[in-house]
Write a protein that binds this ligand. Structure first.
Ligand SMILES: NC(=O)c1ccc[n+]([C@@H]2O[C@H](COP(=O)([O-])OP(=O)(O)OC[C@H]3O[C@@H](n4cnc5c(N)ncnc54)[C@H](O)[C@@H]3O)[C@@H](O)[C@H]2O)c1
Length: 270
């Protein structure tokens, strides 16, 4: 069901890799709600070619950008401004990668070159995107920026590795840049802390099956899936949430505030 919540709005969606990606669902949902979008991902992801399917479906141009590269971001915003003949109203940052996770290097033995790379891609990139947009005046007044996070920013999930630190930093940037952009141009910045979700990035985490099943049992509503996350992001891009900024918003079926559930107790009694 569509409500035209984003009618007339324009946005950039970072991070759609394949049909499982949360960003893929957000792109589809945003367009259903009347938005026009530009899709962006790292050049290496574009070479995989899957994004072209989504681009066609959404009638959206694809503009490559490695989010660790300032020139790429300037190019992205320049071309986006040309395409829309003006600024954007929303941005989704749905980007994460840890080389330490990929190579199964234990948190206590992290390779710091890999840590730097993962930090640059997963956390600092939000600052780069916002700083570039601010310099180029690329986000319209009352625009909305959403970045995806995970509860490992607040609580320990040992196998989430250095991504936990990256998410803590990401949420901090959303608060601090949210303040600056709010004062300067009434642009709001929030993070959405999503349930574990079966995607390429999600499934890379060691023990992911146990992880996702545990969260399912520990959430009164069950895990939120990628489509539901897309619904929530759309609401945050819409004018219905104009006064929400600098927040980390849990979208997790109640997991974050649940101490224990009957289902987990029964499992422990077996
Ligand atoms: N899947 C989960 O369980 C889960 C839970 C909570 C939060 N998240 C977060 O959601 C976001 C999206 O992840 P996903 O689960 O949809 O997985 P995904 O693998 O589909 O998306 C990750 C994206 O990051 C992009 N990326 C990596 N390096 C990049 C670079 N240098 N420049 C530009 N883009 C780059 C990838 O190409 C990919 O499109 C991430 O921030 C992730 O941490 C995921």
């Amino acid at each position: 069901m569509a409500y035209n919540l984003l009618k007339g709005k324009k946005g950039i969606i970072f991070g759609a890799l394949n049909e499982q990606s949360i960003a893929w669902k957000v792109a589809q949902r945003a367009v259903q709600e009347g938005a026009e979008i530009v899709l962006s991902n790292a050049p290496i992801a574009l070479r995989m070619g899957e994004l072209n399917k989504l681009a066609e479906e959404c009638n959206a141009p694809v503009i490559g950008a490695d989010v660790t590269n300032n020139d790429d971001l300037v190019n992205l915003f320049t071309k986006t401004q040309e395409h829309f003949n003006g600024g954007v109203d929303f941005i989704l940052h749905s980007i994460g990668m840890s080389v330490n996770v990929r190579k199964s290097i234990h948190y206590t033995e992290n390779n710091y070159d890999f840590t730097h790379k993962g930090f640059d891609i997963s956390a600092l990139s939000l600052h780069r995107v916002l700083a570039t947009a601010m310099k180029m005046d690329a986000i319209n007044e009352w625009g909305s920026v959403v970045a995806l996070s995970y509860i490992a920013a607040q609580r320990v999930f040992p196998d989430y590795n250095d991504m936990a630190d990256n998410k803590a930093y990401l949420e901090s940037i959303a608060r601090n840049f949210g303040y600056q952009y709010g004062v300067k141009k009434k642009v709001r910045v929030n993070t959405v802390s999503q349930s574990p979700t079966r995607t390429t990035a999600g499934s890379g985490v060691k023990g992911f099956d146990g992880f996702i099943n545990y969260a399912e049992k520990m959430s009164p509503l069950g895990n939120a899936d990628a489509d539901q996350c897309a619904d929530y992001c759309v609401s945050l891009f819409s004018d219905m949430t104009r006064m929400v900024t600098m927040q980390n918003l849990f979208h997790d079926g109640g997991f974050s505030f649940t101490g224990v559930t009957q289902a987990v107790i029964e499992q422990m009694e077996k």
